[in-house]
Design a protein around this ligand. Structure first.
Ligand code: C5P
Length: 237
């Protein structure tokens, strides 16, 4: 797979306003990467920014992790579909009916639709915090259970850590795309990420799309940094 046909690199635009996000986009190539817009940027700037990024040719991953009653999540997924985003996500903890409603909403428009992915267990959770909120089993067991639910509900994939990617591949094969943050090119700081992998390691673990934020957004030359990560992904593919 070449970078141009389906870029596997997703650059996280974790900025508090549109100006730095658009300045970064100017330095990136839509043939090499897609862009992730999350809660802070979207809440501050809204869909207009998504439209402008798409107008520059970028596929956008709208990372808003919807989690609500099925009708509400379906409405949000319809709105994301109409916005034309490349990927949108929900929390698998919303349950089967919510996941199925989300799936229905994105396929309803026919034609080109966003990929629909699910967050299983937040990487900020450990066994103790899961027990506190009443979730049975280890984080790994909960990830597998919720990924199975997402697959049964017809979702396209899950957001997972590099460590979970291989186990998910063994269990579900190619039936669930794996979208993976916590990627750090050799020599870059891990920062607050606990479970990290280099791009080639993530590809070897079966990750389909790699989310990279600060190693690119904080680089002296983000365009060069993004091209280097994309080249490492390509070489390992
Ligand atoms: O800067 P960095 O590469 O750590 O950014 C990773 C991006 O992926 C951030 O937008 C972060 O919110 C997101 N993310 C994550 N871990 C998850 C889910 C999303 O780091 N489990």
């Amino acid at each position: 797979m070449t970078a141009g046909s389906d870029p596997r690199l997703i650059v996280a635009l974790d900025f508090p306003s549109a100006a730095p996000a658009e300045a970064l986009a100017e330095r990136l190539d839509p043939a090499t990467c897609r862009l992730k817009v999350g809660k802070e940027l979207f809440t501050r700037v809204g869909p207009g920014l998504v439209e402008r990024l798409q107008g520059r040719g970028f596929g956008v991953f709208l990372d808003l992790k919807y989690h609500d009653i099925p009708a509400t999540v379906a409405g949000a997924c319809r709105a994301a579909t109409e916005l034309g985003v490349w990927m949108v996500n929900v929390h698998a903890l919303g349950g089967r009916d919510m996941l199925e409603a989300a799936r229905e909403a994105v396929v309803q428009g026919g034609g080109s639709r966003p990929l629909l992915t699910a967050v299983t267990v937040l990487t900020s959770h450990d066994a103790a915090t899961l027990a506190e909120i009443g979730l049975a089993g280890s984080p790994r067991e909960a990830v597998m259970r919720l990924a199975g639910l997402a697959r049964e509900a017809g979702l396209d994939g899950v957001v997972c850590s590099p460590e979970e990617a291989a186990a998910l591949g063994e269990r579900f094969g190619g039936e669930l795309l794996r979208v993976t943050p916590g990627i750090r090119p050799a020599g870059s700081a891990g920062g607050d990420q606990q479970r990290i992998a280099q791009p080639a390691q993530a590809v070897a673990a079966g990750c389909d799309y790699l989310v990279v934020g600060r190693p690119i957004t904080a680089a002296d030359d983000p365009g060069v940094a993004a091209a280097a990560v994309a080249a490492e992904i390509d070489a390992a593919s």
